[in-house]
Write a protein that binds this ligand. Structure first.
Ligand SMILES: CC(=O)N[C@@H](CC(=O)O)C(=O)O
Ligand SMILES: [Zn+2]
Length: 313
């Protein structure tokens, strides 16, 4: 019997996957997953079967983000149902395989939880990425992880923007969780970033184990940063970049950016100021992989979400 009025019930989360190499040049996730594929003792729990998995082996081999197209944008209904077999782009074929193994996306047979490990060149620290503000299981997990790693901090980025949301590898699972840790250059391993990622995974798996053992989690609140706007670099008529991230903004991920604050610096030294309507919290500032996506940073707004009590059905 539940001790709370409105507990949300979920079935036991026994099928859990850890994805690395969704982007083949993000080395902490690639390295941790390769390590756990050799010996998975560290990521197993009594009531959880954890499958470490390299999602884009060809990109890992070449140490590039992707081969044909970004795998972490490829899990659309169109791609997942596209006929064409060997004629399809490599990552679309791979998305279909991953959907067969860990999905099908949106079905009761899908994996319970998928952790997808990423690194960023931005100074974001530890960031957990959620795709839904209504997934109370994931919100409770975020609360647990934040408490477990304190006084170290770990922020939650919520991407449920109608236009800026994309079809991730982890979206195949019932409860998708992205883990983004930086700063770490592409193709480089940094021990502090690697260890931070490893610790978050430990707490996340401990949470799932406690849930499966029948622990009931009381209602709580979770501070999240909701994706609001994509900001591109200033460009000339030919589409070439004419300014860089301003030194005041560089490495200032999660720090408030107010209207009038410096945002870009042109090559001839002029400052371009932020023109928004209120305080925002920029993140993914100067991420290397986002030059091709015409994104200098994203703005977010801070909110507090309420998670209901949860327990095992
Ligand atoms: C730098 C990087 O790859 N970030 C991830 C974020 C995510 O997993 O949602 C991406 O753009 O796919
Ligand atoms: Zn990535």
């Amino acid at each position: 019997m539940s001790s709370y009025n409105n507990s949300a019930c979920f079935s036991e989360a026994t099928r859990v996957a850890i994805f690395g190499g969704t982007h083949g040049n993000e080395m902490s996730g690639v390295t941790l997953v390769n390590l756990w594929m050799k010996n998975s003792a560290e990521v197993q729990r009594k009531r959880v079967e954890t499958k470490p998995f390299i999602t884009n082996p060809k990109a890992v081999e070449k140490c590039t983000r992707y081969v044909d197209t970004d795998l972490n944008r490829a899990f659309t209904p169109e791609n997942l149902s596209a006929p064409g077999g060997d004629g399809l782009p490599y990552e679309v074929q791979r998305a279909q395989e991953i959907n067969r193994i860990f999905g099908p996306k949106g079905s009761p047979e899908a994996y319970d939880v998928i952790f997808d490990l990423h690194n960023t060149t931005s100074n974001m620290g530890c960031t957990l990425i959620l795709e839904s503000s209504k997934d109370h299981f994931n919100l409770q997990m975020m609360n647990y992880i934040k408490k477990a790693i304190a006084p170290a901090s770990c922020l939650v980025l919520l991407n449920e923007h109608p236009l800026l949301k994309y079809s991730t590898s982890r979206s195949v699972a019932k409860h998708p969780v992205g883990l983004e840790v930086g700063p770490q250059p592409q193709g480089v391993l940094r021990s502090n970033i690697f260890e931070a990622m490893r610790v978050i995974l430990k707490h996340a798996l401990d949470f799932i184990e406690l849930f499966n053992e029948g622990m009931e989690f009381p209602p709580c609140t979770v501070e999240v940063f909701r994706v609001s706007e994509r900001i591109d670099y200033p460009r000339d008529a030919n589409g070439n970049i004419i300014a860089m991230v301003h030194p005041n903004l560089q490495d200032g991920d999660w720090e408030p950016l107010n209207p009038g604050d410096p945002m870009f610096q042109t090559f001839d030294g002029k400052t371009i100021h932020y023109q928004g309507s209120g305080t925002v919290y920029p993140t993914f500032i100067n991420e290397a992989a986002y030059y091709e996506k015409q994104q200098a940073f994203v703005t977010t707004r801070r909110e507090t979400l309420v998670a209901s009590a949860i327990r095992k059905a």
